[in-house]
Design a protein around this ligand. Sequence first.
Ligand code: FES
Length: 678
Amino acid sequence: MSEDALVIFTPSGKRGRFAHGTPVLQAARSLGVDLDSVCGGRGICSKCQITPGYGEFPKHGVTVEPGALSEWNAVEDRYNRIRGLKEGRRLGCQAKVMGDIVIDVPPESQVHKQVIRKSATERDIAMDPATRSFYVEVEEPDMHIPTGDFERLKRALQDQWKIKDVTADLTILRKLQTVLRKGEWKVTAILNQGNHDEAHRILDLFPGYAEEPLYGLAVDLGSTTIAAHLCDLSTGKVLASSGLMNPQIRFGEDLMSRVSYAMMNPGGDVEMTRAVREAINNLVLSISEEAGISPGQIYEMVIVFNPVMHHLFLGIDPVELGQAPFALATSDSLTLDARALDLTAMNHNARVYVLPCIAGHVGADAAAVALSEEPNKSKDMVLIVDVGTNAEILLGNESRVLACSSPTGPAFEGAQISSGQRAAPGAIERITIDPITKEPRFRVIGSELWSDEPGFTEATATTGITGICGSGIIEAVAEMRMAGLVDASGLIGGPDQTGTPRAEPHGRTFSYLIHDASAEGGPRITVTQGDIRAIQLAKSALYAGAKLLMDAMGIDHVDRVTLAGAFGAHISPKHAMVLGMIPDVPLDHVSSAGNAAGTGARIALLNRAARDQIEATVHEIHKVETAIEPRFQEHFVNASAIPNAVNHFPELAKVVTLPDVSFNTGGSGGGEGRRRRR
Ligand code: FES
């Protein structure tokens, strides 16, 4: 029987025997218990707080006596006086094991604490950020043993934290001597750990022990919108989320028109690169202001995008992506200096991690969706559709995952739609149309009330009713089809055919009036024949992409569908299926994942292991190229009908009966605009 004391840690359940006098932090480390420390056990940082338990613990088979830990010492006393320790807490580096003891490690003291999800669409993330603070005590210089201050700092990091290979650029070397002397040879270093075997990079230095807040930014740079989450790198908390339009829209709405702009205009790619980097700098400033932090405290950014945006952001001419074989300059992940990318609004030494791309048309955004949604771990066959100007589509399960991208165009984001607008207060986001009276009722962003409910006018008085956003246009077209205002070919019927004056002549076609605010100087919000065509093009491209993956997988149905995208969470599964955007599955097998690409970027920002994981996973994802696949065109044409000319939707038929109407009176109206776009 050993004289040593039994130490049991909760919640991990790890246990071991230790000699009397062993500090709790040391016991935790030797058992691999996750207990934080920034000061290396010097009683400065208080990250190592623990809660000892006393009395009977029948579950663990121990009784903890009052003297099981050493007496409260002077360091703890001082810390408690100055900063305050919570009732019952001790500092793990100061308290020593004196008898059998049960020790709880509270979540705040865990390095790899979980960021608990707030909603069903969020994943729990274990904290393991690449950028962290380390406190070290550096040896003073000695005239007789000539070494540089930096070399002694490196040795301190190696001895005290086992961190080998540390680099620093000139800006750090310039301030090193002042900081070391000011801190009396004690210093807090902000280190960024590069990928794999790359060296740690010193991003900043502070004299003494400094509790500097560290922030990071997860960015989803889309063709139409840029979305960002500002995260606390110690807690994982999202401090602010913000977005803006991609200013490159002025060079072309979709990706291929931007590639053409670069091809046709010498220096066009440089112009686009400058525009998007400027936008990200502005986003850094605005999101920092919103969160009340200094942009200089942002030390890292993780960014995801499609391949064309990837090249344009990095300053690589995207011309090769416009033509077969669609070769990327590089598909590997990258860790870069923010200032080399002109991202000067963040900390001067901030780093940027770029997720790997899957292939020429399937980018880092699709990799981020895979990281967030993990189709490679799914037991059942899941189709994940990230809806945007260019849709990323993943299909698979734990044995195989396929991916493609499909050129949906910006219609789903409210662009190229006559009354379309960005999802902002005042935009119609939900709509129903009575199948008998053909009268619409709707809801706008910023109010919970439907348009026929009392108080709606007052509730929308400040925002007005300004247009239709992406999810609103999907519902509007689907509702028009369900109410018999639009036939299977996508034609809008006239007032005589539909029995409603809301079906108005519009040139040689008809449009449907949702809301007329012209008397108050507002807009007339209508869905035109052109809008229906734009939605048909977008949804056909989406469906054809999904179908192509199903062909490649050798299946004709999927078990479940996940809708993702900046507005994916807002798409109604029923309406998406009425339109034939997605394959037929039971409606309760369709779920929303919110902005999965943004979530993937956030996971990579907060968890370094996730970077290794996705870097390995992208090699296992098989890419299907839609641009050269003849079956794509066939699926695309069939999918132009609402919901589809050849594929049946039996699950949809269980919940919705689509009216058998036809408004084709022999005129044209049906074929224009079936142009393929990427
Ligand atoms: Fe820093 Fe205990 S490890 S106070």
